[in-house]
Design a protein around this ligand. Structure first.
Ligand code: ZN
Length: 138
């Protein structure tokens, strides 16, 4: 069995953003040389997400508005922010949108369903944050 590990870094200019990362994951798969296996992609920070959905800009705006409605930014409105942080909302948004995606690798390609693509969801950005890509197989 082979294994390939990579750490991708993102630093979004906005506090909240959705970034299409499929090409970066495909580049790591190509480097790995793995033809059959599994590809795990996970956010390494508890205020960011990795998820799979449609690469459609209107939907991305819908996601951002939806999580803002469920967990609005409020520097003082969360118990977590009593610690002196202001990102209580971002922890909740991360949990709603998920930590990781796992995609099967078949014949050297990410074996997506129709329209599936991988995204990084940032909810407390403007600083370097990492995403782990781990590919195992043969
Ligand atoms: Zn926090």
């Amino acid at each position: 069995m082979k294994a390939h590990t990579a750490y991708l870094t993102f630093n979004t200019p906005e506090r909240c953003a959705i970034v299409h990362i499929t090409p970066k994951v495909e580049a790591e798969l190509a480097k790995s040389g793995i033809k059959e296996g599994l590809c795990l992609v996970n956010a390494m920070h508890i205020t960011a997400s990795v998820f799979i959905n449609d690469n459609e800009g209107g939907l991305h705006q819908d996601f951002l508005q939806w999580v803002e409605k469920l967990a609005p930014y409020d520097a003082r409105g969360y118990r977590h922010n009593l610690t002196g942080e202001d990102n209580g909302d971002a922890h909740l948004k991360r949990t709603i949108m998920g930590r990781e995606a796992v995609v099967a690798v078949t014949k050297g390609r990410l074996d997506f369903g129709p329209w599936e693509r991988i995204f990084y969801g940032e909810f407390d950005g403007q600083r370097d944050k990492r995403v782990l890509v781990k590919i195992i197989g043969e």
